[in-house]
Structures are given as structure tokens and as C-alpha cells.
Design a protein around this ligand. Sequence first.
Ligand SMILES: NC(=O)c1ccc[n+]([C@@H]2O[C@H](COP(=O)([O-])OP(=O)(O)OC[C@H]3O[C@@H](n4cnc5c(N)ncnc54)[C@H](OP(=O)(O)O)[C@@H]3O)[C@@H](O)[C@H]2O)c1
Length: 327
Amino acid sequence: MKKYRWGILAPGKMSVKFSRGLQLLENAEIYAVGSRDLQRAKKFADEFGCKKYYGSYEELASDPDVEVVYIASPHSCHREHTLLCLKNGKNVICEKAFAMNCNEVSQMISEAKKRKLFLMEALWPPFQPFYKKASEIINSGMLGKIYHLYGYFSFIPPFDPLDRKFNLSLGGSSLLDIGIYPVIDALTFMGVPADVKASAAFSPTGSEESVSAIFRYKDGRMAALYSSFNTNIGIGCEILCEKGNMTISRGRDMNQSVLLELHGREKQEFVFSPPAMGYHWEAEEVMKCLDDKRTESQVVPISFSINLIKTLDRIREEAVINFPGFN
Ligand SMILES: NC(=O)c1ccc[n+]([C@@H]2O[C@H](COP(=O)([O-])OP(=O)(O)OC[C@H]3O[C@@H](n4cnc5c(N)ncnc54)[C@H](OP(=O)(O)O)[C@@H]3O)[C@@H](O)[C@H]2O)c1
């Protein structure tokens, strides 16, 4: 079994969670970490037993022993950091949102293709057991035609103008941070919409803090999506179909469930409690692809990431959500 030497770029909150996942995998070594600050890199290296730690991302990317890099800087830096790693010959898994817009994502994909390197957006839902169950139910046809999907994600973080959730220069917006999940639900279960309508409300920094979108499909199906940093409804998705309804719930505590209500039948609930946050499944997929010499995942194909960023761009255009300096 080949063991892969991982590099962690930007040791913030998400890198800690992802690295805890890596620790569960026998074929992964958390080999190196790169931070803008050497002390932060050392602290992370001490916690995760990294052999190397660097006070810059450039040093991490140019370490010849790093084989694959996990990127968890703010969205606004994803393009730059992904290109840095690819140009240094590293395979990359980069956090969502993959980048700020389709133009940036296209540059990342072109670079990976040119260099024949692996690239994947770190999307959590497709790897989760509850999500696979929901897909299995929809694909089985037992619910018949989907008429409507209602997807939402909201919580109330403390307002901090410098935090990446509210700071425009870091891509601050509920849409790119959490609204991306209802969009993933709509794309996964219903596909790319024909028409998108959207409206947003803004925080004191000018960043979008709430957005509502309506997707319309050619055959009349619809999806209503909502994300916000000023209400607290959690995460969920309800799919209303010809022969019944399905409700997908995912708690922050990792309790996950799929409730199936077929018309005239008893409710059925499928409950899943994965042992960890489930990020290790993303890393496992990356290493499986590398083992197989594949540059793209079939679980999160590049085509899905393109549809996702294009749809996010359409919502932003409709709701007039702008990030000055990014185009
Ligand atoms: N998949 C998921 O479930 C999930 C969940 C949460 C977040 N995410 C994604 O993960 C990414 C990081 O989120 P996070 O919550 O980990 O953020 P975070 O705690 O703020 O960490 C981001 C890290 O990026 C680095 N960084 C580089 N340039 C920066 C800048 N100009 N300003 C601030 N930090 C900068 C910092 O590390 P150094 O300065 O030490 O280098 C910082 O610790 C985001 O894209 C987010 O969407 C994904």
C-alpha cells in the first residue's frame, strides 16, 4: 500500500478537521504544513506530528517530498494557492467554494489538465452515507417525479467585519460559505436549472448575509434555496415528489437522517451517525484516484464543480452580489 505525504496549506479551523480525518487513514501521512506565520505552522505541526513546517505557502509548495496538498485558505485565495501548488507539481484538493467565480475555476482546471495533476473540490455531501441514501432513493424512482426542492442553511455567527464570512476581500458571503450546500442539493437531485432568480440582503460591510434563490427547470420543476447569517434554521433539504416526500437532515453533531414519506404508506426514517466528521472519505477518494493514476474524481467530477460555480455566478448576478477586485 502506497502511503501519501500530505501538505496542509493554511492551518485554520477546517485544516484541523480535515487533518483529524487524515489521521484515520493508514495510507496518509500529514507530512508538512504551511502557514503565513511560522509559529502557527509549528503549533499545527506539533499537534499533528508533521515532519516539516513552513512560514510560507511557497516553501510548502516547493517541498519536493509533498505529494498532495489540501488547501483551506479563504475562498478569495483558492485560485492563487491552487495555481501555486499545481505549478510546483502537487496534486490538489481545495476547499469549497472552489474559487470566487467561473473564470478563476477555469484557470485552475486548465493548469491541472496542462500538468496532468489531480484536482478536486473538497465537497463534503457526496461522500456522506445519508446523502448516498437520498440519491439512491431518488434514483430508484420510488418517489416519482420531483416537483419541488426546498434547501436551506443558516446560522448566526458573531458579526466581525474582519472575519472571512463578512470580509468582502476574503469572499465574505453566506452564499459561498453555506448557501453553496442547498445549491449542491439542487444540482445533485434536479440538475442545472433553466432559469435562476435571486435576491440578497447585505451586512454593514456590504457583504451578502442572506440570499434567497428560485430555480426553475424546463419541465416546470422548481427549487427554493435559502442561506443566511442572521437566522438559525440549521441545514436541511425537503424534496416534494409525485408519490411522496423526502426530508434530508444533517445536524452539526453529525446526526444525519433521511425521512421517506410515500403517500399512503408508513414513514420510514434512515438514521446515520458516522464516527467522524467524514472528511476522511474525501482524502480516501483523492488517494484512490492517485493510486489509479486518475486526475479527476468520479464522486466529485470537475464537470460538477463547473456547474456549481456557474450556478453560484448566476445567483450572484441576479442578486447583485459583488466582490470588488474579482472578475
Ligand atoms: N467542507 C467544509 O465542511 C467546510 C467547513 C468550513 C469551512 N470550509 C472552507 O474552508 C476554507 C477555510 O475555512 P476556515 O473556516 O478553516 O477558515 P479559517 O479558520 O479562517 O482559516 C483560514 C486560514 O487561511 C489562512 N489565510 C490565508 N490568507 C488569509 C487571509 N488573507 N485572511 C485570513 N486567513 C488567511 C490562515 O492561515 P495562516 O495565516 O496560518 O496561513 C487561516 O487560518 C473556506 O474556503 C471555507 O469555505 C469548508
